[in-house]
Design a protein around this ligand. Sequence first.
Ligand code: NAP
Ligand code: MG
Length: 506
Amino acid sequence: MSETTTTNGRIAEVMPQLNKVNSEGHVRYGKMLIDGEWVDAADGRTFNAIYPGTGKAIAKVAFAGNEDVDRAVTAARAAFEVGDYAKMNGADRGKLLWRIADLMEGHIDELAELETLNNGKPLLESRWVDLPQSINCFRYYAGWAGKVSGQTIEPDMNVNAFAYTLREPIGVCGQIIPWNFPIQMATWKIAPAIACGNTVVIKPAEQAPLSILRLGELMLEAGMPKGVVNIVTGDGPTTGAIIVEHPDVDKVAFTGSVEVGKLIMQNAAKSLKKVTLELGGKSPNVVFADANLEFAAKVALSGIFFNQGQMCAAGSRIMIEEAARDEFMEVLSARAAKMVVGDPLNPKTRMGSLVSQEQMNRVFRYIEKGKDEGANLLVGGERVGEDGYFVTPTVFDGVKNTMTIAQEEIFGPVASVIAFNDVDEAAAIANDSRYGLASGVWTNDLKKAHLFAKKIKAGTVWVNTYNMVDNALPFGGYKESGFGRELGQASLDAYTQLKTVWVDLN
Ligand code: NAP
Ligand code: MG
């Protein structure tokens, strides 16, 4: 495809920049961040970082094993218990977070390009959505640092006592994140952890560690004391599992698949670590006949195709009221057919490459499954080019909620359209899922909107919009989409524990 040629041309332009950055020592690819130092894996093992747009390796990354994770946890423990950070008050941690945000902003183009280079998502998204949201996340939690406190409480018993609670950090937090929004997922976990005074050992997904390594460097530049944030790179079954089993890690925060989430919960139970899990979804986006159908169709498409559909909150089940089905489908399919995939590094591209060959194969397996089970492939379902992992936006019509493509998380650009007749049927279908992460409802009837918002079992309900995420608003799942909330004030609960102090006044 012509876009692929452009991609190759572009990568040739970008690579010297990457190398230049390398030779100046700004980005130490091949090394990871432990105790404030850029280090190799103890056994020297490395793996390749790939540019999904071409499928070619662009950097070497260290592969952390037992010894490396142990050093990172020891460093995080020391930073938590003694030293500059342990003595730092909340206001100063807030200033530190703010400095990190400023440095990210100063390097926003470089970070966005790295994100696209390692993930394949369009630069348009990295530069104008992911990075600004991440920068503001650091600022949002900078505001909370020093303002997280307990209460004074009057005891219920008739005793002469003064009682209060202290809201204290949990300690060493193991954070395991996915590849779909690397820098955002890192930020959502690091910023509240630091605001509350914890220390961190974070493992990026093996597919996309580069932007997080660069973020680590900016954190040091911002004056982050050594050992406070350690970045260990490697794969899940090795590096991730070692973090989860490490006896000196106090908490594990995980975002990823349900299957791995369950495994993590089991393994964390051995030392009874605190666990928060943010796990995928099969989110219904429900359009009633009275809605603005044109606008609903437009937003429903971005609700599933943003980030090539590789989103935990993706509105992958588009539900349309039977009465408006023909009109809606006409707009939806026409718009979907017009969407093109292209060179992720071209600033105008709206859909880029999937993250990996593995992910692309997974998507095609589901597309075949959809056809086999009798859904009607309306648009897309094809690979574009032979380099990279480009898949056309795909829409299945006539989907029944019992079909595999309506029940399982595909994590790719595949929309399943399901019809319904009324509010009760819509809610029943929407809730007939093991997931409960997000949902959307489209109607101009206020009562219907609120009624539906109450009926739906999901952590987020978007009314007449989709995919809106805000640093101040809690995000997380019902049912098998996990537990614990990220963002907003809710995340402070996940990174603190309460201590009750009872002072006898007799
Ligand atoms: P995943 O396997 O759940 O990976 C998420 C993170 O967990 C990665 O950092 C991974 O490491 C790590 N991990 C894997 N096995 C682990 C273990 N035994 N112990 C500790 N950590 C472990 O997700 P994936 O392989 O990237 O994608 C597979 C599917 O998961 C997707 O197709 C999608 O359905 C779902 N997913 C959901 C989300 C979400 O936001 N909810 C995000 C990503 C994926 P490595 O990847 O480095 O091995
Ligand atoms: Mg994986």
